[in-house]
Design a protein around this ligand. Sequence first.
Ligand code: PBG
Length: 341
Amino acid sequence: MLNPPSLECRAHEFKRLRRNRRSNAIRSLVQENYLVSHQLVAPLFVLEGENRIEAISSMPGISRYSIDVLIKEVIKLYELGIRAIDLFPVISAEKKDPMGSEAILEGNLMQRAVQCLKNAIPEMCVMVDVALDPYTDHGHDGLIDAAGRIVNDPTLEILAKMSVLAAEAGADVIAPSDMMDGRVGFIRQALDNAGHTDVNIMAYAAKYASAFYGPFREALQSAPKFGDKKTYQLNPANWREGLRETLCDEEEGADFLLIKPALSYLDVICRIREMTHLPIAAYHVSGEYSMIMAAAEKGWIDADKVLAESLISIKRAGADFILTYGAERMAQLLKKGWGFA
Ligand code: PBG
């Protein structure tokens, strides 16, 4: 039972809390976290060909673009205040093989896309996702042996070549999403040896074996043909595992640490925030985005408000910047003066 003095004390605190929520102006004064367009990163899917736009049915509002259309889209994003994009190549089935050979072919789609983008709009920070799964016919992020096991070390060589190719094309940030062990240090060394000492690495540090990647795998036609990714991606039940993986990437030289997915892993973001002084990125992934859009299409929720609330909660947990398919939508809202207060 509360005794009267402490109840009185509580009453003061309740009044004080209410006073600080009294008006939009006061709520604005005391707001703790903000969304800004320049801390939203737009993941983009690039296709071969010209003048092509293919809507992705599992991701309302998101399309795959050929390079010429992509450039126009990226200019639009820049005008909205977005300062970074993350590129994913869509590789046609004929070009996929067990080794992901296309990934290290000079002049491949990724290289051309980066070159064209950097020529058209040099101010935009271009991040390149580095992993084998868009390129392999089995859909895994690593090479596999006869028993279907992932072979870690030979995969590193390929990831390093992909990274150097991307850097040569002008990429600003290499984003390895493959979850092979030791790849951050390996890629850092390869970049440095090739003279790309100023190219950043955004390590997918704590990337969980998540069911939220479903729509993305449809977008790239990259779902694993056998098995799952549980031997190299993390167990959703574990946070200590996420911290250990993250520490490895920090020690190996990562410039940014990324946690993925975001909303179901806010505790991991929060704990990593307390553990490192490096910038933290969070990836609000395809399934997280599509759930909002699907519920909104049914009229059950307000897409704009739920998107904004999702993104601010990721910031509140401790992320510095967020990769989200809702980047353009959110940037438009921010331009119109969106606020929580
Ligand atoms: C694969 C990769 C995935 C995503 C980014 N890079 C999927 C996977 O690991 O199978 C998912 C992104 C998303 O769902 O938006 N290297």
